[in-house]
Design a protein around this ligand. Structure first.
Ligand SMILES: Nc1ncnc2c1ncn2[C@@H]1O[C@H](COP(=O)(O)OP(=O)(O)OP(=O)(O)O)[C@@H](O)[C@H]1O
Ligand SMILES: [Zn+2]
Length: 758
């Protein structure tokens, strides 16, 4: 049976698995990757078309890379081409880059030629050899995975150059005892071993990674270091880069992330693939880079949701990193102050080696965390008086404060007091958010306000009067970071205030600039969303105020408390990192909540135990495995109808399985139901299934929380099992069946394995 996304082509005898080829596909050409050489094509021989060109400008993609891609395709239930092609730098997957007079042997040859010229060398770029094509005497086709036509790489481009700005050469501090113990434990590892490095915020995890990396480099191996979002942590990248360049040389360190231009990405990728780069630092997409001499993988902030790709191939780079480390027989280090409950569960069960850094590296204590019960307090623009007093005190001492509010814009909704009208989006079941916009070229005002939908991007002017009743006095309700910034500027006119959120950092390089200002001490009060919570080593910050944390406390998503706790620990961890006494105030109406109580004690372990007990009692991950089927359609009924069909089909399998299990009668005394072997089921058209349906639970199809986005209505169906293999087997059959359902033509559906948000 042909694997989905595999296509047969005929080529001469020279192609090898892992080689790229240009092939005709319909009426266009695509770049494909040769994955196997079957003895018989899967289609009639006369229909097999010829490979147009064999590309040999880079070595064939190595076997372990092909294994990784095959695993990811199988595990996440996507066509192989959709895994492989987006994993390659853009120019390597565009036929046009190799065609025409100006192609000059292709993008690699052009890049090499330019590098040679720049180096002043006389070497000419290697011409790309056109491989054997067409009249091959080998009958069997070569099977290549081709990208789906029109399928684009699903990487969201975020702005930002790779070079951060502080310019300091980081010192090499003497290791603390805990750091030394961790470094020693890592040095003793041989072969595959997952390690969870649990270190409180500011405990110096980076230093541990660096020592481990240096050791692996000295042994002549390569290191892969994954970080969440490079644009958000330019400082970390800078520290890692400069320290490792000292060992591996400037060209020995390559950085890969989605903000790079095509040429930059190709250049860094090539250095890694050719073994010239000894260290690869990158975001989730870097996980797919071939590294011939890989000796260690590090995943920093392993709990971070940005390791999960949210479109196309919805993979977890952390989970694939562990698979890749096992496949390559090397250690993998996951680091975090607030590990994902999945990783923590593995570590406490002994499946991962647990290493701890219980104290901060620099002399200081962790900040004192205080819950401000807002119920008896009179708030000033949402701010409690003790919080304002704390900011005031920092201003007087010349120290920095951070106010954390995870909601961008001016106000989440505009409202008419007279008739109750609210600013809804005409295309989504969501509110339009009030934003303060700066006219281009007029930084600092005058401002105008506008309404923006955070779901579909729709923008419109603020109505001069209520569209329903004509009331001219429309009021913003609630507040976002812009309104907070405005109020703080009024309240503390002498303070220098900066706001860091997705709006203030839209322009390329602006995030780096803002962070550099904070590090340089040019900011007194920093207002920010979760962008400021991650990994930043602010040395002069001694106060953090947290607003509106309660919004996440009662979410329907069972992972919300885990995310909230991690976010609060992380943002609190930005304070007092240089050793000075520091405070964190969290405003809440529910100070007695166990989550907040654990936070005050800095008690990740206690929180994890409590949260895991709850998950175990409810049969939720990591004690169960999930997949989410989402359907989108013009009308909700169509989406729900398709999901209902999908569920009925699976129930028919289960019923057929019951019948078969009864007929087959398992060995005497055994109550375990045998896995249902392929068999004829109810309808003749129904494919058979080889999965143990008794271990699969399918929930009711339900509308998404925000049902309509850009006039598309969405619903989802959750599938769950206590066994990963059982779920995988089921999904394989299910995804083959779904396109044949009667409702399939009216919806767009997608399946997400191990979904993070439900
Ligand atoms: N042994 C040491 N002695 C003195 N300072 C150290 C030592 N190790 C690390 N540091 C410093 O401590 C600070 C915190 O280190 P680092 O940023 O690695 O912490 P972290 O564990 O990654 O924290 P977070 O989880 O908050 O990102 C840095 O300024 C670092 O230079
Ligand atoms: Zn909208």
């Amino acid at each position: 049976m042909p694997l989905p996304g595999l296509f047969d082509y005929r080529a001469g005898g020279e192609v090898r698995p892992g080689q790229r080829v240009i092939v005709p596909f319909g009426r266009r050409e695509l770049v494909g990757v040769v994955v196997e050489r079957p003895s018989m094509p899967a289609i009639a021989e006369e229909q097999v078309r010829d490979v147009a060109q064999v590309l040999d400008d880079v070595p064939p993609l190595p076997e372990d890379w092909l294994r990784l891609a095959a695993f990811a395709a199988d595990y996440y239930q996507r066509p192989l081409g959709e895994v492989m092609l987006p994993a390659l730098p853009g120019p390597l997957r565009r036929p046009a880059a190799y065609r025409g007079k100006r192609a000059g042997g292709g993008p690699v040859a052009r890049l090499d030629a330019r590098a040679a010229r720049a180096a002043g060398g006389k070497r000419k770029g290697r011409p790309g050899k056109a491989g054997a094509s067409g009249d091959g005497d080998v009958v069997a086709g070569d099977r290549a995975a081709a990208g789906a036509p029109g399928g684009a790489a699903g990487m969201t481009a975020t702005a930002g150059p790779a070079v951060p700005g502080d310019g300091l050469v980081p010192a090499r501090p003497a290791l603390s005892a805990a750091q030394q113990a961790a470094v020693d434990a890592l040095a003793a590892l041989q072969g595959f071993r997952p390690v969870l490095l649990h270190g409180v915020t500011g405990s110096g995890k980076t230093e541990v990674y660096l020592h481990a990396a240096e050791r692996v480099l000295a042994a002549g191996r390569q290191v892969m270091l994954l970080v969440p979002e490079i644009n958000l942590t330019p400082q970390l990248e800078g520290v890692l880069r400069r320290r490792l360049e000292a060992v591996a040389g400037v060209r020995g360190v390559a950085v890969l992330h989605s903000g790079l231009a095509d040429g930059e990405r190709l250049e860094a990728w090539l250095r890694a693939v050719r073994g010239e780069a000894r260290v690869l630092i990158g975001t989730r997409l870097a996980l797919f880079t071939p590294l011939p001499e890989l000796g260690l993988i590090v995943v920093d902030e392993e709990h971070d949701p940005s390791y999960k790709q949210q479109e196309g191939l919805r993979y977890s780079a952390r989970d694939l990193a562990i698979w890749r480390a096992r496949d390559r027989g090397v250690p993998v280090v996951l680091g975090s102050a607030t590990p994902s409950l999945e990783s923590w569960h593995h570590a406490t069960a002994g499946r991962y080696l647990l290493l701890s850094l219980p104290e901060r590296a620099q002399a200081g204590q962790l900040p004192a965390i205080r819950l401000l019960d807002t119920r008896p307090l009179r708030l000033e623009q949402g701010l409690a008086p003790p919080l304002l007093a704390a900011v005031e005190a920092r201003l007087q001492r010349g120290e920095q404060s951070l106010i954390f509010l995870n909601r961008r814009g001016y106000a989440p909704v505009l409202h008419c007091d007279a008739c109750g009208w609210v600013s809804g989006c005409r295309r989504c079941s969501a509110y339009m958010v009030l934003h303060r916009a700066v006219r281009p070229g007029l930084a600092g005002g005058p401002y105008r306000h506008e309404l923006r939908c955070h779901h579909c991007g729709w923008q419109e002017r603020v109505p001069a009067a209520c569209p329903d009743c004509g009331n001219q006095d429309l009021q913003p309700m609630g507040r976002g970071t812009q309104r907070l910034e405005e109020y703080l500027a009024q309240r503390f006119p002498q303070a220098r205030i900066a706001r860091i959120d997705a709006d203030s950092t839209r322009l390329k390089g602006s995030a780096q600039k803002l962070f550099a200002q904070v590090h340089a001490g040019e900011v007194d009060i920093l207002v920010g969303t979760q962008m400021v919570a991650k990994g930043h080593d602010f040395q002069n910050l001694t106060f953090v105020g947290v607003l509106n944390a309660d919004a996440m406390l009662f979410s329907h998503d069972f992972r919300a408390p885990e995310r909230l706790f991690a976010q609060l620990m992380q943002v609190a961890g930005r304070a007092g990192r240089s050793g000075s006494a520091s405070e964190v105030f969290v405003q809440t109406g529910y100070p007695e909540q166990p989550l907040y109580q654990a936070l005050v004690r800095h008690d990740y372990v206690g929180f994890a135990r409590y949260a895991l007990d709850e998950r175990a009692a409810a049969g939720l991950p990591p004690f169960a495995y999930q997949a989410l089927l989402t359907a989108e359609a013009g009308e909700l009924a169509q989406a729900l109808g398709f999901l209902a069909q999908a569920r009925e089909a699976a129930e028919a399998w289960a019923a057929a399985g019951d019948a078969a299990a009864v007929a087959a009668q398992p060995e005497a005394g055994s109550t375990r139901r045998a896995a249902v072997a392929p068999m004829v089921s109810a309808g003749a058209a129904q494919p058979a299934i080889a999965a143990d349906m008794s271990r699969i639970t399918l929930y009711d199809p339900v509308p998404l929380r925000v049902v309509r986005v850009a006039n598309v209505e969405r619903a989802q169906l959750l599938a769950e099992s206590d066994s990963r293999p059982a779920l995988q087997a089921f999904l394989r059959s299910w995804t083959a069946l779904l396109p044949t359902l009667p409702g399939a033509s009216r919806v767009r559906w997608q399946l997400e394995v191990d979904p993070l948000e439900i």
